[in-house]
Design a binder for this molecule. Structure first.
Ligand SMILES: [Zn+2]
Length: 261
């Protein structure tokens, strides 16, 4: 991986990601994470299912998408391996649970995110977005099946983890990991065809997305207003007619009563 020529190494995100790539170079028995050869802003990872849980023996592969503003903005995790706890191919966001649900700390890292993911797997889904509440049997079956998974970019997933023990979480890390909550985003991840674009940490993508959305929505909402306008003016004139008709009937009845009886 030689990113030096490709990226501006003065950018805080690039500097930080290159440092993390260096720190995570050696796989451990718990996790493995690597940037793609041609994109520092997309990583693939594998984590081990936590022992003594339904995920024991499972190896779970996924993608980490890093925003251009990393580490000021959090990474998104996408699980590829079916696991029975998180929906696959859906962005999972990390946040601190409790009082500040949307907080991400720049001092957290990809390692923190992976440790949090491992710790969070056995917790109950409780119906949050992106959670799956599969039975223990189904999860154990998926854990066994997960060892067969092969990733087109990384190869056989089960061979990525090493037998070396990872450095134990520091006290700060453990307290963080206990507080972290994971929740999927409401929007599903775009189809593979669009990933090429997504891999580039370009700034115009969100702009284009916003434009796309507004272009798409505007005519529709105008149409809706127009339709509502037509409906309301039709019903107004109908009411007027009805009122005048009733007045006419009443006048006719009064007239008949007074003069024709
Ligand atoms: Zn992969």
């Amino acid at each position: 991986m030689d990113f030096e020529g490709k990226y501006n190494i003065k950018s805080p995100a690039v500097k930080r990601l290159m440092r993390e790539a260096c720190e995570l170079k050696e796989p451990t028995e718990e996790y493995w994470a690597h940037p793609l050869d041609d994109n520092l802003f997309e990583w693939h990872f594998t984590v081990q299912g936590p022992p003594a849980t339904d995920f024991e023996g499972g190896v779970y592969h996924g993608r980490i998408l890093l925003p251009a503003e990393y580490p000021m903005k959090p990474p998104n995790i996408i699980l590829i391996t079916p696991n029975g706890r998180f929906e696959t191919n859906k962005k999972i966001c990390l946040s601190i649970s409790g009082h500040h649900p949307e907080t991400w700390q720049p001092s957290w890292s990809i390692r923190t995110a992976l440790l949090a993911l491992i710790a969070f797997m056995p917790t109950p889904g409780n119906g949050t977005i992106g959670s799956l509440d599969y039975t223990p049997e189904e999860r154990q079956m998926l854990a066994r099946k997960s060892q067969m998974l092969e990733c087109p970019s990384c190869g056989k997933v089960v061979e990525q983890l090493s037998s070396s023990v990872s450095k134990p979480p520091t006290q700060e890390e453990s307290s963080l990991i206990r507080q972290i909550a994971l929740k999927a985003e409401e929007q599903p991840v775009e189809e593979e065809g669009e990933n090429e674009e997504e891999q580039q940490p370009s700034e115009d993508k969100p702009v284009r997305q916003r434009l796309g959305v507004s272009q798409h929505l505007q005519p529709q909402s105008q149409l809706q207003h127009a339709t509502v306008g037509v409906v309301s003016s039709t019903s107004d004139s109908y009411k007027n007619w009805l009122m005048w008709f009733l007045v006419a009937v009443i006048i006719f009845l009064i007239y008949r009563r007074l003069f024709l009886v």
